[in-house]
Design a protein around this ligand. Structure first.
Ligand SMILES: Cc1cc2nc3c(=O)[nH]c(=O)nc-3n(C[C@H](O)[C@H](O)[C@H](O)COP(=O)(O)OP(=O)(O)OC[C@H]3O[C@@H](n4cnc5c(N)ncnc54)[C@H](O)[C@@H]3O)c2cc1C
Length: 392
């Protein structure tokens, strides 16, 4: 199905009463319990176990999982949760996202046994996971990875180096992309479920990051790490397709982090300009300032609708090449919006905007990360541009 066909199926989306209630509940939790922790999580760069426990107690990890695993089966509901937490604390919203990053590949390619073993504990928060594709020599160019999975009796031996594996330091298992046929590019990749206590796997140094500081991203070193055959997801050499499907489903959720961040930055800027005086009046009374706020609001609202629409399409069962361009648009536009809105919000704070004691500079740093992760925004534009050219 092409995107036009998909649009016919999901011409409209609307939030159900349950989704409205979910949003209101999360707004209250975000305001009362998450916002007071946000600055400290960023400053210390320490994993916020208390926030993980809070999300688990509230049962929120289950949200996008199918109902048989206790979830709502709705990416749109997941987006609402990410948006509302992301409005006050990027890192807490990130805890939801990392928990959900690996489940798309397991759902799409896992055996019944793998699904039964891994999905219920991921949904309940009883297990944590990570996904590892990026290497020192290959980021955007996923097909260029060099980590090898060599056939052994009963399984594979993994050898190679990965970087930027977010959550690895606290995860029970990692989905690892490795070459089962090093002579091939896309067609030579397989995905493995690797327990983090596997001999031969070392979780290396934690990156000291500009943004997203509360959730650790680590290097991984594999030295003949044995992985049993039953831990491969899908067929041999089918991994690239599974990773792309997981990314497609995940992209509206990254977009949701963008709109949450943009809304949070606008909230802070709007409050500041009402208080700050210049030339004998609140700066909010200058038309030049109001127009900046108006543009921030317009872009955030436009991004919100694109994200919700992409999420609703995923929920309606649209997948593969039909979902890819709209998912890419939602990620690209919402995260570019986050960067633009955060930049303008800092501008409205003047010198106070770059002071560490004010939260707005944190939004600016976190926004930059969003334009890079899960496929940079140039890569999203490549996906969209390819679709536009093919569609005529
Ligand atoms: C905070 C954070 C968390 C991350 N977590 C994970 C994780 O959990 N698991 C994981 O596997 N990876 C993770 N990553 C890695 C992330 O997916 C990569 O950083 C990203 O895919 C880009 O790869 P790269 O950094 O190697 O940049 P490169 O691929 O080297 O790109 C450098 C620049 O060139 C541009 N470029 C490259 N190719 C093209 C092209 N064809 N057209 C136009 N421009 C191009 C890029 O857009 C970019 O601007 C994380 C990264 C960050 C920053």
């Amino acid at each position: 199905m092409d995107v036009a066909g998909a649009e016919e199926r999901v011409e409209q989306y609307g939030l159900t009463d349950e989704q409205q209630m979910l949003r209101e509940t999360i707004q209250a939790v975000a305001r009362d319990r998450v916002a007071p922790r946000a600055a400290d999580i960023d400053r210390t760069g320490e994993y916020p176990q208390d926030m993980f426990d809070l999300l688990r107690e509230l049962g929120l990890f289950a949200l996008p999982f199918p109902t048989e695993y206790g979830g709502t089966g709705s990416i749109l509901s997941a987006c609402l949760a990410i948006e509302e937490f992301g409005r006050v604390c990027y890192n807490t919203a990130y805890l939801l996202m990392v928990q959900w990053a690996p489940f798309g590949a397991i759902l799409a390619g896992g055996t019944a046994e793998q699904k039964q073993r891994y999905l219920p504990p991921l949904a309940s928060g009883g297990m944590r996971a990570a996904i590892s594709v990026t290497e020192p020599g290959a980021g955007s160019d996923v097909a260029g990875i060099a980590t090898r999975a060599d056939r052994r009796d009963g399984g594979y031996a993994l050898t190679g180096n990965k970087i930027y594996c977010t959550n690895a330091a606290v995860a029970d298992f990692i989905l690892v992309a490795a070459k089962t046929d090093p002579a091939k590019r896309h067609g030579g990749i397989s995905i493995f479920i690797v327990d983090t206590d596997t001999p031969g796997l070392e979780i290396g140094r934690k990156e000291d990051k500009l943004g997203a500081r509360g959730v650790p991203s680590s290097a991984l070193h594999f030295d003949n790490a044995f992985v049993p055959e039953e831990n491969r997801i899908g067929s041999e050499d089918e991994g690239f397709k599974l990773v792309m499907e997981a990314f497609n489903k995940g992209r509206p959720m990254i977009g949701a982090r963008g709109i949450g961040l943009a809304q949070g930055a606008t909230d802070l800027a709007a409050r500041y300009v009402k208080d700050r005086q210049a030339f004998g009046q609140p700066i909010a009374d200058f038309q030049g300032v109001r127009w900046m706020l108006a543009d921030m609001a317009i872009q955030t609202e436009a991004a919100r609708h694109l994200v919700y629409k992409a999420a609703a399409m995923a929920d309606a069962g649209v997948s593969g090449a039909a979902l890819a361009p709209i998912a890419a648009m939602s990620k690209c536009f919402a995260t570019d919006t986050a960067m633009k809105v955060a930049t303008d919000a800092v501008q409205l704070f003047g010198s106070a905007g770059i002071a560490r004691e004010n939260p707005i500079e944190r939004y600016f740093r976190d926004a930059k990360v969003l334009q890079i992760i899960e496929g940079t925004n140039q890569i999203q534009r490549n996906i969209i541009g390819r679709h536009v050219v093919r569609s005529v």
